[in-house]
Design a protein around this ligand. Structure first.
Ligand SMILES: NC(=O)c1ccc[n+]([C@@H]2O[C@H](COP(=O)([O-])OP(=O)(O)OC[C@H]3O[C@@H](n4cnc5c(N)ncnc54)[C@H](O)[C@@H]3O)[C@@H](O)[C@H]2O)c1
Length: 349
C-alpha cells in the first residue's frame, strides 16, 4: 500500500484543515466525508471531489476507507470511534481525545480490542521548536528540570461561543479555556516535563455569559520528577496574546511563543548555537490563534496526517497514540476537580 484512504466525519471549522491536509499529503487520499447536514456534506464532497456519506455509520462500513478521521464536537468523538473500530478502521481523533477519562478509555480499549491504530491530534508536537525543545530535555541538555509553564492568554468573543451550541458546555466541550484552547500547551508541557503528579487550580467564567464552563483558569503543578509548574488558560484576555511555553532546568532552558523558540540558553549551549536558533525562528511561520480560532498554520496537521498515513502503510505506532493523547485529558480532569473542590488533586495515570 502506498496511499491510505481517509474518510472525514464532522464537517465544521477544523474539518476544512484536515481535508486540506489530506489533499496535500502524497500518502493520503480523501475518499468520502460524512456530516449530519446533507446540504453542507454534499457541497463539501463536491468541492473536494470525494463522495458523501449520510452518517458516520454509513462511512465506517465503506470497504474503500482505511482511516476514519473524527472532527465532530469534542464530546461526540467516542461514538464514531467505536463504530470505526468495530468496522476494523484505523481512527484519528481531533483533540481532546474525548471529554472525560472514562470516554477516552472506552475508545482506547475498543481500538485495542479491534487491533486498529488510534491517533490523537496534537499538531503542535510536529513543529520544529517543540521537537527541538523535547529533544534537548530528553538528552539532558537543560540539566535537572525545575519548572515548566504553559500560558494561553487568549481572547474569544461571545459570538464564538454563541455560534455552535456545543461550545462552552460540559457534555460536548468538556470544559472551557483549558479543555478546548490550552490543551495543546498542556500536552506539550507534560510531553517535555514528564508526568504531572498533582495540581491545584482556580477556574471561573469572568468575561462571557451563558457558559457552563470557565473562560479563565490558573493552576500550579508538581511533576513526578519533582519539578514545579504553572498553567494559565484564558479566553477572557482581550485582545489575546501569543501562547507561551517555558521549560527551565538547572543548566538551561527554552521559551517558545506560538511554537517558535524565542529563548534558548544553557551552560552547554554556545553563543553561536543560541544565535542560530534565534535566526531560524525569527522567520518561521507558526500561526497565531490568540484571537481567531482558525488563524492556525495547516503545516502541523499536514505533518500529523502524513505520520498517520505512514502508521497504516508500515503498521507502526503513531507519533501521538490514543494513550499519549489521554494524558492531557487526565491533567485537565484533575485541574477541574481541584477547582471544584478547592483541594490539591492527584492526576490519574
Ligand atoms: N487541533 C486544533 O487546533 C483544533 C482547532 C479547532 C477545533 N478542534 C477540535 O475539532 C473538533 C471540532 O471543532 P470545530 O471548531 O471544527 O467545531 P464546529 O462546530 O465548527 O464543527 C463541529 C462539527 O461537529 C458536528 N457536531 C456537533 N455536535 C455533534 C454531535 N453531538 N454529534 C455529531 N456531530 C456533531 C457539527 O455538525 C459540525 O459538523 C473539536 O473537538 C475541537 O476541539 C481542534
Amino acid at each position: 500500500m502506498t496511499q491510505v484512504a481517509f474518510g472525514v466525519v464532522g464537517l465544521g471549522a477544523i474539518a476544512a484543515v484536515h481535508i486540506d491536509a489530506i489533499l496535500r499529503v502524497p500518502q493520503a487520499r480523501l475518499v468520502a466525508v460524512a456530516s449530519r447536514d446533507p446540504v453542507r456534506g454534499q457541497a463539501i464532497a463536491s468541492d473536494c471531489g470525494c463522495e458523501w456519506a449520510g452518517s458516520y455509520e454509513e462511512l465506517v462500513l465503506r470497504d474503500d476507507i482505511d482511516v476514519i478521521d473524527i472532527c465532530t464536537a469534542s464530546g461526540a468523538h467516542l461514538e464514531p470511534a467505536l463504530a470505526a473500530a468495530a468496522a476494523g478502521k484505523h481512527v484519528l481523533v481531533e483533540k481532546p481525545l474525548e471529554v472525560t477519562l472514562e470516554r477516552c478509555d472506552a475508545m482506547i480499549e475498543a481500538c485495542e480490542r479491534s487491533g486498529v491504530h488510534l491517533g490523537g491530534v496534537f499538531q503542535s508536537r510536529f513543529y520544529d521548536g517543540n521537537i527541538l525543545t523535547h529533544e534537548a530535555v530528553a538528552s539532558g541538555r537543560f540539566g535537572r528540570l525545575v519548572h515548566g509553564a504553559a500560558y494561553v492568554d487568549w481572547w474569544r468573543s461571545q459570538e464564538y461561543y454563541d455560534q455552535a451550541d456545543w461550545r462552552g458546555t460540559w457534555r460536548l466541550d468538556g470544559g472551557g479555556a483549558v479543555m478546548n484552547q490550552a490543551i495543546h500547551q498542556v500536552d506539550l508541557l507534560q510531553w517535555m516535563m514528564g508526568q504531572v503528579e498533582s495540581i491545584f487550580a482556580f477556574a471561573d467564567c469572568l468575561a462571557h455569559h451563558g457558559l457552563e464552563v470557565e473562560d479563565t483558569a490558573v493552576a500550579v503543578l508538581r511533576f513526578a520528577n519533582g519539578a514545579l509548574g504553572v498553567i494559565e488558560a484564558m479566553t477572557s484576555a482581550y485582545p489575546g496574546y501569543a501562547k507561551r511555553l517555558e521549560v527551565h532546568g538547572d543548566q538551561g532552558g527554552a521559551i517558545l511563543e506560538d511554537d517558535k523558540i524565542v529563548s534558548w540558553q544553557g551552560l552547554q549551549i554556545a553563543k553561536a548555537e543560541q544565535e542560530a536558533m534565534h535566526r531560524r525562528f525569527s522567520t518561521a511561520a507558526g500561526g497565531d490563534a490568540s484571537a481567531d480560532p482558525m488563524a492556525i498554520s495547516h503545516v502541523g496537521h499536514e505533518r500529523q496526517i502524513a505520520d498517520f498515513a505512514e502508521v497504516v502503510i508500515h503498521n507502526r505506532r503513531p507519533a501521538v497514540t490514543g494513550i499519549d493523547a489521554r494524558k492531557a485529558v487526565a491533567i485537565i480532569e484533575a485541574l477541574y476537580n481541584s477547582a471544584r473542590t478547592g483541594l490539591v488533586c492527584q492526576v490519574c495515570k
